[in-house]
Design a protein. Structure first.
Length: 248
């Protein structure tokens, strides 16, 4: 059996999380560090450890966290050049095989969810679920007067391959000069900034306030995280339209 598959089955991890742990040198087989996820394993004979603990004796609790992501860290388990959100967690949580549910750009702050339950990742980011994400946005430049109407219709953005990318209908609420709230129900690369740019402005700050009906805990300082309750998870997975997500 592949080593990453064995880890995933024994520990209840997503396969890519198990593979990342192997590549990071956290796994040994018969006392030797194994760095290839495809390493062939003789399950009944080989002794496997993760972070020094026997895999077969290790119980991994299912957990989902809410984090107030600060600027300057990337939403990844491992990165060769940049600090990651995982480095902000305590040892007891880093050992649980967490992965982020979706991503926030390096300079974007606010609500980020992490989990070691693969089903929860799919439940929240599947494109058909229409879970809104609400951001407080700051921009410079002259935003088009009809920007809100264009957001609601679904903007066409310049694609990275040269072809236009059409966004699903979104919502924009202008709160004042150069500041507003944006709700989107998908997660295209740099989507909110690209939408603002398509309407004549340049996004200079984004802070995610809400996922579904779940608001970021105001008591979490930047970089802090806490466990999510089941009631809060139900709020996070509540489907609604973007305009409804911005309603008082």
């Amino acid at each position: 059996m592949r080593l990453d598959r064995h880890l995933a089955q024994q520990l209840g991890l997503a396969r890519k999380v198990a593979a990342a742990a192997v590549r990071a040198g956290r796994v040994t087989v018969n006392g030797f560090v194994a760095t290839q996820p495809a390493h062939g394993l003789r399950v009944e004979r080989d002794e496997v450890t993760l972070d020094g603990g026997p895999v077969t004796a290790r119980a991994i609790a299912a957990v989902t966290l809410m984090m107030n992501k600060p600027a300057g860290v990337v939403s990844a388990r491992l990165d060769a050049a940049e600090p990651t959100v995982m480095e902000l967690l305590g040892d007891e949580w880093r050992a649980l095989g967490l992965t982020t549910i979706g991503r926030l750009d390096k300079d974007t702050t606010g609500l980020l969810l992490l989990t070691n339950e693969a089903g929860r990742v799919r439940a929240l980011i599947h494109p058909e679920r229409a879970i809104p994400k609400v951001y407080r946005a700051v921009w410079s430049g002259a935003l088009a007067a009809d920007a809100a109407e264009r957001f609601a219709r679904g903007l066409a953005l310049d694609g990275e391959t040269g072809r236009a990318v059409v966004c699903r209908p979104a919502a924009l609420e202008v709160l004042g000069e150069g500041v507003g709230r944006v709700a989107v129900c998908e997660g295209k690369r740099h989507q909110v900034k690209r939408m603002l740019r398509a309407c004549g402005a340049r996004g200079v700050g984004l802070h995610r306030e809400r996922i579904g009906a779940l608001w970021l805990d105001a008591g979490l300082a930047p970089g802090q995280a806490r466990a999510l309750t089941e009631d809060e998870w139900a709020l996070a997975t509540r489907s609604m339209g973007p305009a409804e997500a911005l309603a008082p």
